[in-house]
Write a protein that binds this ligand. Structure first.
Ligand SMILES: [Zn+2]
Length: 524
C-alpha cells in the first residue's frame, strides 16, 4: 500500500510537471525533451537580460556602428535559415577578450577581441552560426532546467578591460542581472558544443557560406589554444575548449555535405569582411596601448598608465572607454575633480555604460557631494547592479544619516566575494548590531561572592562591537531595580565583564533567578 502510494505520488508529480512544463519536441534536433522553461520564458529572459549581460561584458562597441550593422546582417542571414524563429539580435561588445555568447531567445554578442582573429565573413558566420544554434536548440534553457547554473553573485571576470584597480573587487553583478551573467559565462558541455558546431555548419550552408570556414576557424582556435594566448584562455576557451576532435568532426561533416553542394555558390566574403573590419584593424594599436595602460595600473604605475591612456585618446578621441579609464586612474591618485572631468568626457561620448556613472559617483562621494554621488550611483546600479555601486551608496547614505538605507545597501554589497564583500558585511554588521545585538553577542548575568551583579558580554561576531548597552534587572530587598550600562567597544571573539554597580546586601540570601540581563542596541 505504501509502495503503491508513493509510486502514485511520483506519477502524479510527473504528470503535473508534464502539464506545467510540457514535453516538447526540439525544433532543431527533433528530440523529445522536458523543459521547465517555456519558449515564452526564453524570449522573456533574453529580452530582460540582454542589456545587463552586455554591460557586464564591456558594453557595446560604439565607435564603429557600421561594424555592428555588418555583424548583425551576417547574423540575421543565419538566423533566417535556422530552425527556430526568435527575434534574433546581434551586437559587438567593447571587450578585448576573444569571446561570443548567446542568451535564450536569440540574443547574441561577439566581442571586438574575437573579430581581430577572423579571416573572412564565412568564419564570422561560423562563430555566429554556432551561437544561433545554441539559442535555437535552447541550451541555455536546458541548463536552467537541469539547474546547473551557478548560484550567487558573479564577478565580472571576463572583462580584462574597462576595470581599474579600485573597482576590481566591486564588480560583482547583483540581483536579477545575475541570471544573465551566469548564462553568458557558463559552459554547456561537450555534447551541446558538438551540436552547436553541427547545426552552425548546417545554417552556414543554408545561408550560402562556404562551410570550410568552420574548419579553418577551429584550426585557428587550436593553434591559439596551444599557444595559451592570453585573453583566449579566460574568454572563448574557458567555455569552448578547442580540440583536434572538433576540427575532425567539422571536417567529416563538411566532407559529407560537399557532394550535394556541387554547383552551389558558396562564398567566403573575404573582401567584404576586410572592408567591414578596416577601422577595427586601424585602431588596434590604440586598444593594445589601452591594455598596456591597464597592466601599468595593476602594477600601480599610474604615471605610465596616464601617459599610455592619453596616447590612446589622441589616436581614437571618440572612444569613451579611454576617458573612463583615465577617470579611474585619477580616482586612484585621489585627483577627484580631474576624474570628474574625465568621466564627463566619457559620458558625453557614451551615456549608456554603467561604469562611467559608477566612477563619477565614487568621485563625487569622495568629494562629499552626496546628492550628486547618489544620483550617479543609482543610475549605474539601474543599468547594472554591482556590489561597488551598492557599497558606495551605503557610504553615502551613512553620511546622510540614513541608517536604514545604508544597511540595505551594505547587505546587498556583502554578496560580493573578496575585499569589498568583507568590507560591506562588516559595515552592515556594525549597523545591524546596534539594532539586533543578540544576533552578534551574548550576555550572561552573575553575581560575585560579594553579591555584586555583573554580566559577561561575549562578542561572537567578526567585527568590533560598539553601540550597545547592557540592561540589568535585579530583585533587591523585594524591589525591582534596573540599571543600564553603556558598553564601549569589544573586539571580535573577546568578552568583557561589565559591572552593573548593583549588589545584593551581604546579609540577604539571593538566587540566580533574582537577576537578569539584556543586551540593547542603541540604534546608533
Ligand atoms: Zn558554444
Amino acid at each position: 500500500m505504501l509502495r503503491f502510494n508513493s509510486a502514485f505520488r511520483i506519477l502524479a508529480a510527473i504528470f503535473t510537471l508534464w502539464a506545467v512544463a510540457g514535453c516538447a519536441v526540439n525544433p532543431v534536433t527533433g528530440r523529445s525533451e522536458l523543459s521547465l522553461v517555456s519558449e515564452a520564458e526564453e524570449r522573456k529572459i533574453g529580452a530582460e537580460q540582454y542589456v545587463p549581460s552586455q554591460q557586464g561584458q564591456g558594453g557595446r562597441y560604439q565607435v564603429d556602428p557600421e561594424l555592428t550593422a555588418y555583424v548583425s546582417k551576417v547574423g540575421k542571414r543565419l538566423a533566417d535559415v535556422s530552425d527556430r524563429k526568435f527575434d534574433y539580435e546581434f551586437v559587438v561588445l567593447n571587450n578585448d577578450v576573444p569571446n561570443a555568447w548567446a542568451l535564450p531567445g536569440g540574443k547574441i554578442a561577439v566581442n571586438r577581441g574575437l573579430l581581430y582573429e577572423l579571416n573572412n565573413e564565412a568564419e564570422l558566420a561560423a562563430v555566429l552560426g554556432h551561437e544561433v544554434s545554441h539559442a535555437a536548440i535552447g541550451h541555455g534553457a536546458q541548463a536552467m532546467t537541469r539547474g546547473t547554473l551557478m548560484q550567487g553573485a558573479m564577478a565580472i571576470g571576463a572583462i580584462a578591460v574597462g576595470t581599474s584597480d579600485y573597482k576590481k573587487y566591486g564588480d560583482y553583478v547583483l540581483g536579477g542581472a545575475q541570471l544573465g551573467a551566469q548564462l553568458v559565462t557558463q559552459t554547456y558541455g561537450r555534447e551541446a558544443e558538438r551540436e552547436a558546431d553541427h547545426y552552425g555548419i548546417e545554417y552556414m550552408v543554408r545561408a550560402g557560406y562556404d562551410p570550410h570556414a568552420a574548419i579553418t576557424l577551429q584550426e585557428t582556435f587550436v593553434a591559439l589554444f596551444e599557444d595559451k594566448k592570453s585573453g583566449w584562455m579566460e574568454g572563448m576557451f574557458a567555455s569552448h575548449p578547442p580540440s583536434a576532435e572538433r576540427v575532425e568532426n567539422n571536417r567529416a561533416q563538411v566532407a559529407a555535405m560537399m557532394p550535394k553542394l556541387a554547383g552551389h555558390d558558396l562564398e567566403t566574403g573575404e573582401a567584404r569582411f576586410n572592408q567591414a573590419i578596416a577601422k577595427l584593424q586601424k585602431t588596434k594599436p590604440a586598444y593594445k596601448a589601452f591594455e598596456d595602460a591597464q597592466k601599468a595600473i595593476n602594477k600601480k604605475d599610474y604615471q605610465t598608465a596616464l601617459v599610455k591612456v592619453d596616447g590612446c585618446i589622441r589616436q581614437v578621441p571618440e572612444e569613451a572607454r579611454f576617458y573612463g579609464l583615465k577617470g579611474d586612474i585619477l580616482v586612484s591618485q585621489k585627483q577627484y575633480s580631474a576624474a570628474l572631468q574625465s568621466y564627463d568626457d566619457a559620458l558625453k561620448r557614451d551615456s549608456s555604460y554603467y561604469d562611467y556613472y559608477l566612477g563619477r559617483g565614487v568621485a563625487h562621494s569622495r568629494l562629499n557631494q552626496t546628492a550628486l554621488a547618489r544620483q550617479d550611483l543609482e543610475q549605474s546600479a539601474k543599468i547594472l547592479p554591482t556590489a561597488m555601486a551598492m557599497n558606495e551608496l551605503g557610504k553615502v547614505a551613512l553620511v546622510d544619516g540614513n541608517r536604514v538605507d545604508a544597511k540595505r545597501y551594505f547587505q546587498q554589497a556583502s554578496q560580493a566575494k573578496g575585499l569589498l564583500g568583507e568590507e560591506a558585511s562588516a559595515a552592515f554588521a556594525r549597523l545591524d548590531m546596534a539594532d539586533n545585538p543578540a544576533a552578534y553577542a551574548t550576555a550572561e548575568v552573575y553575581a560575585d561572592r560579594n553579591g555584586r551583579i555583573l554580566a559577561r558580554v561575549s562578542n561572537r561576531s567578526k567585527v568590533e562591537m560598539s553601540g550597545m548597552a547592557v540592561q540589568f534587572r535585579a530583585l533587591i530587598n523585594g524591589k525591582v531595580v534596573e540599571r543600564r550600562v553603556a558598553l564601549l567597544t569589544l573586539a571580535p571573539n573577546t568578552y568583557q565583564d561589565v559591572s552593573s554597580g548593583l549588589a545584593f546586601p551581604a546579609d540577604t540570601a539571593w538566587t540566580a533567578d533574582m537577576m537578569a540581563v539584556q543586551l540593547l542596541g542603541t540604534g546608533k
